[in-house]
Design a protein around this ligand. Structure first.
Ligand code: BG6
Length: 478
């Protein structure tokens, strides 16, 4: 369904995110017929460039992300005609009048802050000064949303000076991933799982977001952040919330966000012994973390694993094990809900221990798998074997249906439609920082360095211990 015509201004319009995600995403939505009519997309940045230059930049970005874009030449030209460029100085006066002139106040105007957080305040201020912060305005704010509770509060305060919470769209792109939303459909659209979704039946939950890439060219930012701030406080925390939350009364922004907030508030402080940090070493011509960030003494973690506890009626006694890291074996992200053993095995000890595991695979192959125990086929007596009931979306729905929009595409369209369900509310972000701050303070107090791990491994061995000591095992990263 097409959205109403709108104005979108991308601050940081020539940046990495605009190039890799925002512009290609908008083009895909255009091809899907969701963007049509008199839409204007304006790239805004400090660098000198004209509209033609910006269209060339966008064309290149789109072709780089979609090899087939060249074959959609007519579409591409029409899309590029929607693009404009304005030189804007966030700290000064350049460009603002022009922005006010070319964007229309009688329809949705969205401003995407794809810039360093220190510019959020000045941008909000300038929008206000130039009459661009009216009721039809929405702002989209990229991560990192602060680096701790204090800075996040400050950002919230600055934005709240000029915008109502209903106008602020804080992006966590994990919430835009297809399977992440499917998680809610699975939980609340089926009768099957919810009765078992508690500590009586669930032994533990594992959330893994493993990346094969290193820090790449983002060393400067990353070395000041680390895996805890870069991934755990936001992406993994959001996944944990969706798994652990109570059923919201409605699928609307505040009902969902209220329930997520309650989960974060119910989290126990994480004991220092329940956290393992790691940093990758170089190997096979691949640089070490320290080399890549150009800091020989860096003690920033590129891997973190921890055991979290949600202290409420539903989850008391069921640990949540979370881990994320760079330069691991594979790019593989999943949530595994590991159910308890059946209370009694009628097939005797030799039948072995079998468990149901519900795996929600985020990437690379999105899908959901339920491990069930069946009889091993054949005449060999009652031997049990675990097999997956697999619902890889691409297979079940056919390749076309399974050609999901990228997280950013969906989220930008939600901004235009005014749906905040998949965006973080200010209080949620602050609570998540309050929790993360304590974890970080714990290791800073101990003063220990991250443990080295080999590129291509599953992280430091101590991360295995985190589960072994509880008589459990991480699932293999594959
Ligand atoms: C970003 C982090 O938010 O998410 C990156 O800053 C990380 O460090 C990225 O690589 C991972 O996103 P995805 O969608 O590739 O899993």
């Amino acid at each position: 369904i097409p959205v109403d015509p709108f104005d979108l201004v991308i601050f940081g319009g020539t940046g990495d995110l605009a190039r890799r995600k925002i512009l290609p995403g908008l083009f895909r939505r255009y091809c899907a017929g969701q963007i049509e009519g008199d839409v204007r997309i304006t790239g805004a940045a400090r660098g000198e460039m004209d509209t033609q230059g910006y269209r060339d930049f966008a064309a290149e970005a789109i072709m780089a992300s979609d090899q087939s874009a060249g074959t959609k030449k007519a579409h591409l030209d029409e899309f590029l005609a929607m693009l404009h460029y304005v030189v804007v100085d966030a700290m000064g006066d350049d460009g603002w009048e022009e922005l006010a002139r070319i964007t229309r106040s009688d329809r949705i105007r969205a401003f995407y802050f794809s810039v360093a957080p220190r510019l959020f305040g000045p941008l909000a201020e300038r929008l206000h000064q130039h009459g661009l912060a009216d009721g039809q305005t929405r702002i989209v704010v990229e991560k990192p949303f602060g680096r701790d509770l204090k800075t996040a509060r400050e950002l919230n305060r600055v934005l709240a000076e000029h915008f109502d919470e209903s106008q602020i769209y804080r992006i966590d792109h994990y919430l835009g991933k297809e399977t992440v939303q499917n998680l809610m459909a699975i939980r609340f659209g089926n009768m099957l799982f919810e009765p078992l979704w508690n500590s009586q039946y669930v032994d533990h939950i594992q959330i893994t977001v493993a990346e094969a890439v290193g820090v790449g060219g983002r060393g400067d930012y990353y070395d000041r952040a680390g895996a805890m701030r870069d991934m755990m406080q936001n992406h993994l925390m959001q996944l944990l919330c969706l798994i652990a939350m109570e059923p919201p009364a409605k699928f609307n922004p505040d009902s969902v966000r209220d329930e997520k907030l309650k989960v974060i508030r119910a989290l126990d402080p994480v004991a220092p012994d329940d956290v393992v940090r790691g940093q990758y070493e170089g190997s096979g011509g691949r640089p070490s973390y320290r080399n890549q960030v150009g800091n020989r003494d860096s003690t920033t973690e590129s891997f973190v694993a921890l055991r979290a506890r949600v202290s409420n009626w539903r989850w008391a006694g069921t640990p949540f094990y979370l881990r994320t890291g760079k330069r691991l074996k594979e790019r593989a992200s999943e949530i595994a809900v590991v159910f308890k053993d059946a209370p009694h095995s009628i097939f005797g000890e030799e039948a072995g221990r079998h468990r149901n595991i519900l795996t929600i695979k985020l990437q690379p192959n999105e899908g959901i798998e339920l491990g069930v125990t069946i009889k091993e086929p054949g005449p060999g007596g009652m031997r049990l074997v675990d097999v997956p009931l697999d619902m890889t979306f691409a297979e079940a729905l056919g390749p076309e249906e399974a050609d999901f929009p990228d997280a950013y595409e969906r989220l930008i369209m939600d901004v235009i439609r005014g749906n905040q369900t998949l965006f973080m509310r200010g209080d949620e972000v602050e609570e998540a920082w309050a929790w993360a701050d304590e974890v970080i303070a714990g290791w800073e107090k101990r003063g220990d360095d991250p443990l080295p791990y080999a590129t291509g491994s599953a992280g430091p061995d101590d991360a295995l211990m985190l589960m072994h000591r509880d008589g459990r095992r991480w699932r293999e990263i594959k």
